[in-house]
Design a binder for this molecule. Structure first.
Ligand code: 5GP
Ligand code: ZN
Length: 117
């Protein structure tokens, strides 16, 4: 996808702090981290989102989760714990339409979703 920001990061066309660079999966630091560790794990080829059928081909999601666990080890949060999450659609605030897993950790993260008053 020519106009996709994460494809451009995977292809090295725009800079990012890449922490894992594999044939099928790439991981890089989020530009606007919400915790000391905030890394995005993406398929190296373009897949729109978690509902895209391509996400279920070639074990790509499985490999993304394996890479997330490996990066968590590298970042030293395997013992303290971490959160893996995927956003989809407007209510979840999906912003970048290239499938990505957020790996978040390095501090107590609190409840998964804040209750509304
Ligand atoms: P979403 O809300 O789509 O699940 O999350 C998109 C994430 O991508 C956000 O956390 C945002 O900070 C991050 N992001 C957006 N643009 C860039 C970028 O150009 N570089 C990096 N490293 N992260 C980005
Ligand atoms: Zn893309």
């Amino acid at each position: 996808m020519t106009d996709c920001i994460f494809c451009k990061i995977v292809n090295g066309e725009i800079p990012a702090e890449v922490v894992y660079n594999g044939t099928n999966v790439t991981a890089f630091r989020d530009i606007n981290p919400v915790a000391p560790v905030h890394i995005l794990i993406v398929p190296s080829r373009h897949i729109d989102d978690i509902r895209d059928p391509r996400a279920f081909e070639d074990d790509v999601l499985k490999e993304m989760i394996q890479v997330a666990n490996q990066v968590a080890d590298m970042e030293g949060v395997a013992e303290s714990g971490y959160r893996l999450l995927v956003n989809y659609g407007p209510d979840a605030n999906l912003v970048v339409p290239h499938l990505h897993l957020h790996l978040i950790g390095g501090r107590p993260l609190g409840p998964m979703v804040t209750r509304q008053a």
